[in-house]
Every structure is written in structure tokens, then in C-alpha cells.
Design a protein around this ligand. Structure first.
Ligand code: G6P
Ligand code: MG
Length: 218
């Protein structure tokens, strides 16, 4: 019953969720409309193209394929200008404590993210080499809440789904973990992530004793 852990990236390991929000907001504003922080929740865990589709629907807009691709590229360029400023200090509080503990105990862990920028970001914050496996937006065809990303990660970790523990800040991600029959841990607002098996406001609340209890669970 060896447990394995799967971390989402944006909003769990690093606070890039706020950069995504800023970049999407600029795109919408440039197109002449706006959307709220509550609407932004629906973009968390959602792929770049699917996010743009949702945003355009909110603005009641349609774009040609060319323009759509151009807007996605512009958004990513703007987003990466924020990412460029990142370093180890951008790892969210409490995350390193848990990662270091897993390494100390020889527990395998993977990244399971929808982002095509995930590898780049992990390198920027110096975590790239610590993960046993990385599954990101380049490796999957189906977006969360489809469990594909987590199932591939489990396979790479050689762990059964039931022994995998998933940390997620998005509702789509929690649903994906639940569909995969993994242990889901919501990081963020528990009114949004109420479907998770366990909830924490952020990683500073995730105690080593909690990790130890998970490791002991059958
Ligand atoms: C994560 C984020 C989403 C983002 C998606 C794709 O799931 O939560 O906000 O849209 O990754 O990211 P990318 O870096 O490929 O645009
Ligand atoms: Mg996330």
C-alpha cells in the first residue's frame, strides 16, 4: 500500500494562478469586456484553449481560427513575462516542507498539471529535478475533470489509483482525482472545493502528521 503523491502546479506549488488571471483579464479588456474573480474560478485547471473559449463566451464574442490562435499566443506571451520574474522564493509557503519530507521518506511524487509551461516553471523555481515524473499539458489530450493527467502520473509512479494522493486548487482537478478514485486534497477555498476528501486553506496548514496519517492509511 505504498502511497504516491501528485501535485497540481498552478495555485498549489506556485501562485501562478494570479498571473493567469491577470493575463486573461488583459486579453478580455483588450477585446472590450471584463470578467469577475468568481468567473475566473472556472478557468482554474482548464487548458489554454478551453479557457479562451469560455472567456469569449462570457464576452459574447467569436473569433476566427487565426485570431483565436493569435490571442492565445498573446496571452501566453504576457503570462510568461510574469513567469520570467519567478525563482525559488515563489514556491508557496509550506510546499517545500512537504516535498522535503516525501524525499526524506522515499515516497514517490509527480506533477499533474494542465499547463504546457509546467516544465519551464518547475525549472525556474528549482523543483524540476525533484519530481519522479512530470505529466503536463503536453502529455494529455483530455482536460480535467477528465482523470487522464492523474492516471498517467499514477502509471509513471507505478502506483495504483487508490494509493495516490492529489493536491489540487481547482474544482475540475478535485473532480478529476475523485473520478480516478484517488485521495483528493483541496488547497484553497473549501466552499469551492467541498468535493475534496480533505481541505486546507493553503500548504502551511498541511502538517507532517497529516501526511504521516495518509501514509498509514490502508
Ligand atoms: C493550469 C491553470 C490554468 C491554465 C492551464 C493551462 O491548469 O490552472 O489556469 O489555463 O494550466 O496553462 P498553460 O500554461 O498551458 O497556458
Ligand atoms: Mg491549479
Amino acid at each position: 500500500n505504498q502511497k504516491a503523491f501528485i501535485f497540481d502546479l498552478d495555485g498549489v506549488i506556485v501562485d501562478t494562478a494570479k498571473f493567469h488571471f491577470k493575463a486573461w483579464k488583459k486579453l478580455a479588456n483588450d477585446l472590450g469586456f471584463d470578467f469577475s474573480e468568481a468567473q475566473n474560478e472556472q478557468l482554474k485547471g482548464v487548458s489554454r484553449a478551453a479557457s479562451l473559449n469560455k472567456i469569449l463566451a462570457w464576452g459574447d464574442m467569436e473569433l476566427s481560427e487565426d485570431e483565436f490562435n493569435k490571442q492565445m499566443a498573446l496571452k501566453n506571451e504576457n503570462y510568461l513575462s510574469y513567469v520570467d520574474t519567478m525563482d525559488e522564493k515563489d514556491i508557496l509557503p509550506g510546499v517545500s516542507k512537504v516535498i522535503d519530507y516525501l524525499i526524506e521518506k522515499d515516497i514517490p511524487f509527480a506533477l499533474g498539471s494542465a499547463s504546457k509551461n509546467a516544465r519551464n516553471i518547475l525549472k525556474k523555481v528549482n523543483l524540476f529535478d525533484k519530481f519522479h515524473a512530470i505529466v503536463d499539458g503536453n502529455d494529455v489530450t483530455k482536460a480535467k475533470p477528465d482523470p487522464e493527467v492523474f492516471l498517467i502520473a499514477a502509471e509513471k509512479l507505478k502506483a495504483s489509483a487508490g494509493n495516490c494522493v492529489v493536491f489540487e486548487d481547482s474544482l475540475a482537478g478535485i473532480q478529476a482525482a475523485n473520478i480516478a478514485k484517488m485521495i483528493s486534497i483541496g488547497i484553497g477555498d473549501d466552499s469551492i472545493l467541498s468535493e475534496a476528501d480533505h481541505n486546507f486553506k493553503d500548504f502551511t496548514e498541511v502538517e507532517i502528521s497529516f501526511i504521516n496519517n495518509l501514509l498509514k492509511e490502508a
